[in-house]
Design a protein around this ligand. Structure first.
Ligand SMILES: [Zn+2]
Length: 69
C-alpha cells in the first residue's frame, strides 16, 4: 500500500471514530464513557497525525515547484 493510501485510510477511520465519539452532555461521550473519552482523544490525535502526514506527502510529491518571489 502506498504511504498516501495508508494515511488516507487511517484519516478516514479517525474521522469515523471522531463522529462516533462526541461530547453528549457535560460529562459523557456519545459512546457512554466519561469525558474526556480516551477513544475520542486517540482518534483526534490520529486525525491530526494523518492530516500532517498527508500534507507532507502532498508537499513532496504533488507540489514540487513553488515559484519563489
Ligand atoms: Zn467515546
Amino acid at each position: 500500500m502506498q504511504p498516501t493510501e495508508s494515511a488516507r485510510r487511517q484519516l478516514a477511520a479517525a474521522t469515523f471514530l471522531m463522529s462516533e465519539h462526541q461530547p453528549a452532555g457535560r460529562s459523557l461521550c456519545t459512546c457512554g464513557r466519561l469525558l474526556p473519552c480516551t477513544v475520542a482523544l486517540a482518534s483526534t490525535r490520529a486525525h491530526e497525525h494523518n492530516s500532517t502526514v498527508l500534507a507532507l506527502l502532498h508537499a513532496t510529491t504533488e507540489l514540487p515547484m513553488v515559484p519563489a518571489r
